[in-house]
Design a protein around this ligand. Sequence first.
Ligand SMILES: Cc1ncc(C[n+]2csc(CCO)c2C)c(N)n1
Length: 221
Amino acid sequence: MKFSEQLRQKVDAIWEASFEHPFVKGVADGSLPIECFKHYLKQDSFYLSKFAQAQAIGAAKANDFYTTSQMAHHAKSSYEAEHALHEQFARDLDLSKDGVIHNEDPAPTAVAYTNHILAASYKGSLGDVIAALLPCYWLYYEIGEKYKGSKPGHPIYQKWIDTYGDEWFATLVKEQIDRLDDLAERASEEDRKRMEKIFVTSSKYEYMFWEMSYTLEDWPV
Ligand SMILES: Cc1ncc(C[n+]2csc(CCO)c2C)c(N)n1
């Protein structure tokens, strides 16, 4: 069994909890209060800026020219693709005038999740970087597949669902899965165990990110 298949089995219950989370179901059926989606967008713009930093660290940690260029390219695409999506939402929801969401005080879960990704990335190998980032791609892909065809009756929620159910996204996810399998094949058992732990932790934080958005989580003091 491929390393990625082992990982997918390991996180099955955690990902199922994400699929069933009221935030995700609420986007798909249109019942999510818009305040929760706005909170998500604010936290996510902070998250994406750190996500792109981790991809750039991955570019620097790669041992071949091609992978360096791919990871750097993906860092730029995260900015362009995800930011473009958010920009439209930000204007439609009146979150910003210029389409750029500034979040100088991210919520505890957004801080914790990005700290986890950046710590794994700075400290580890390219395999650790991919293990930290892969649940972000892969989970959203599965959500897109699962809720493809839903009709939330809300243009913003519809666009969100359509984005992750799209074919271009499937290609992007597959590239990262293949990269992780390739790196895992050449890694030691100890390295694979560490990558697994990082992957599981990111999966837990993905769940917590929905919860943070749904409960409008903020600092207690
Ligand atoms: C908390 C959180 N997790 C995952 C994603 C999805 N995502 C972030 S960057 C990226 C790759 C480039 O599009 C993808 C799929 C998100 N937006 N927010």
